[in-house]
Design a protein around this ligand. Sequence first.
Ligand SMILES: Cc1ncc(COP(=O)(O)O)c(C=O)c1O
Length: 397
Amino acid sequence: MGISKRVKNINPSQTLAITAQALKMKQEGKKVISFAAGEPDFVTPENIREKAISAIGEGFTHYTTSSGIIELKEAILEKLKKDNKVEYKTSEIIVSTGAKQCLFNAILTICDPGDEVLLPTPCWVSYTEQIKFAGAVPIFINTNQEEGFKLSAVKVEEKITPRTKLLILNSPHNPTGAVYEHEELKKIAQLLLKYNIYCISDEIYEKLVYDNAKHLSIASLSEEIKDKVITINGVSKSYAMTGWRIGYAAGPEEIIKGMSKIQGHSTSNPNSIAQKASIEALTGQQDTIEEMKKAFDKRRKYMVKRLNNMEGIFCLVPAGAFYAFPNVSEILERGIEYNGKKISNSFDISDFILKEVEVALIPGSAFEAEGYLRLSYATSMEDIKEGLDRIENILRY
Ligand SMILES: Cc1ncc(COP(=O)(O)O)c(C=O)c1O
């Protein structure tokens, strides 16, 4: 009796839980600074908001084709061709309620119970739970700071078994900010072809790359690899449109059809108004991306420098996304005492920081990476300064 094993087996999102706790503390009047959020602090650009208003005015408020309207699919095709150098037909595209739904549909379409899914760690929280939900088995491949948190072909090959069905790649990467380069992707692509393994390439942070880093889609490397890749992207992070819930996937027709079947019986079409707004996001003026990126870049440099100046903390410079991912294992080894208990892991330290100085951040354990913390710099410079001051003070010897 009671709820299903499938649901019992799934852990709630720690990121969402900490974000909600920080919000609750704010509502209680506490001066919480949140480095927890995974979304830009900018407002959706005006040209995009206006298109949504016109869609409402025109009464574009009914069901649409379940897998998304044709004009949006065409805008996505053009975008993929222009930015990512990979060509698709509209039958190879699906629009969903956020990239999260695309990932969910793709994993359910590809995986049977017992199939193994290769998942490089650190990894974004939802992949693991979505894989488990499908009855598949996440096979973690640890990457580390010394390797720039990037997967090597050798490490992937070691984990391949006859049950391996899928690899999940995420570049630019949440939480580490790692961005894969051409040679690295080429080697991984060769392995996928050799062992006939699918790849979900989550490119949601595509537009947020800094310094000399360049985003590259693994599907663009060859026609053969394109047949094994489901590219996932969306408007959430690039256009500050997290609340609109529009994501999309491009891949082999058979997989997209499977994903559409699931969507047709679960949520049906993504929001009609948000679909119209997303056409404007993809085809309208793109200046606001650059403005947002400039602001993130400034904050990124400031945050990483401050973190590296703190004793016992080491932070790699992230090449993409909007997170710093410092290593705090030295502090954990040092052994701070809190409420009569030694702080010995990343959850304890983030709880200590939240309760003592009201700064919310995410423990590395949420990303299968003990000894690290994730701090989002998608928040104002003023809050970044204040939040880091508070952390520095509390972690001082
Ligand atoms: C790596 C990664 N993929 C996908 C998503 C989900 O994006 P969306 O808001 O489009 O569902 C997120 C959001 O935090 C993310 O960090």
